[in-house]
Design a protein around this ligand. Structure first.
Ligand code: GLU
Length: 279
């Protein structure tokens, strides 16, 4: 079986140990399988993505001994492709316009949700129809309608990672209550947001195995759903453990203390990095 995987960082900060783990693991798996390793920069957030981070990521990956088998894909070059898919979802009647600010959403939520990268949207704009769409509105996926649209398809995905190994059938509770009405088109950049762009590019890059952190496991359901709505079959998934700091917290971009560049400047070798992260 062929094996094509990728590392898909958002160039919004320096690479840290968690990224190094993800990239090295995927790269090692691809090389062991005689397959391909690809690179994709998820730079659709034009405000936070910076060319200097892209350059630093390339430099750090090269230093770690990672090679990739095609020119890196830059998502900011492909807004047109994502927009076409957003249009398809609009045509299927699965979207609604949303004018909520982050503040509106935070205020409507009873409590902030630990560990969930995007809080479940409290459905404030759900009653709005596409004819009311304003020029600065975001577009959300109407999850209940999306669920109805795939009813009967009996969709599932295969997870190969050791933490959650198995076959997972998409389920309504996870999609409507844990994931919720995600943004698929954003007002600031007029294009698809992360979930859609990333899932589409896994198809466009011919990825057979998605290797990434377990923090994204829950969101695999919505990516498989979006792919199904657009007529694609999902790749296989392998969600790996997260590298945590001394207090057990998952490393984030702001944890510059764990930046690979810092270890490098202190004289660490790529082998040292592999040892620290247990590879
Ligand atoms: N761009 C995402 C991140 O930096 C990764 C997305 C993925 O691997 O599917 O966390």
């Amino acid at each position: 079986m062929s094996f094509v995987t990728r590392f898909a960082p958002s160039p919004t900060g320096p690479l840290h140990l968690g990224h190094a783990y993800s990239a090295l693991l995927a790269h090692d798996m691809a090389r062991a399988a005689g397959g391909q390793f690809l690179l994709r920069f998820e730079d659709t957030d034009l405000e936070r993505s910076k060319p200097e981070y892209t350059a630093q990521v390339i430099d750090d990956l090269t230093w770690l001994g990672i090679t990739w088998d095609a020119e890196p894909l830059m998502q900011s070059d492909h807004f047109e492709t994502y927009n076409q898919s957003v249009e398809q979802l609009i045509a299927q009647g699965l979207t609604y316009p949303c004018r909520c600010s982050r503040k509106d959403i935070a205020a409507a939520l009873a409590a902030p949700q630990e560990g969930v990268p995007h809080p479940v949207y409290p459905q404030i704009c759900k009653h709005r129809s596409m004819t009311e769409r304003g020029p600065t509105d975001a577009l959300r996926l109407h999850m209940d309608r999306a669920w109805d649209a795939i009813a009967g398809m009996d969709l599932s995905f295969t997870e190969l990672g050791p933490l959650n190994k198995g076959t997972y059938r998409l389920d309504k509770t996870t999609l409507t209550q844990t994931v919720g009405d995600i943004v698929i088109g954003r007002k600031d950049i007029q294009t698809a947001a992360y979930f859609l762009a990333s899932a589409l590019d896994d198809i466009n890059q011919g990825i057979t195995h998605v290797v990434r952190g377990v923090d994204l496991f829950e969101f695999t359901q919505v990516q498989v759903l979006l792919l199904a709505l657009l007529g694609h079959r999902p790749p296989l998934y392998y969600h790996h453990k997260l590298i945590r700091d001394d207090t057990g917290k998952r490393l984030a971009k702001r944890d510059d203390a764990r930046a690979i560049s810092l270890y490098r400047s202190e004289g660490a070798s790529p082998k040292d990095i592999r040892e620290i992260i247990g590879l």
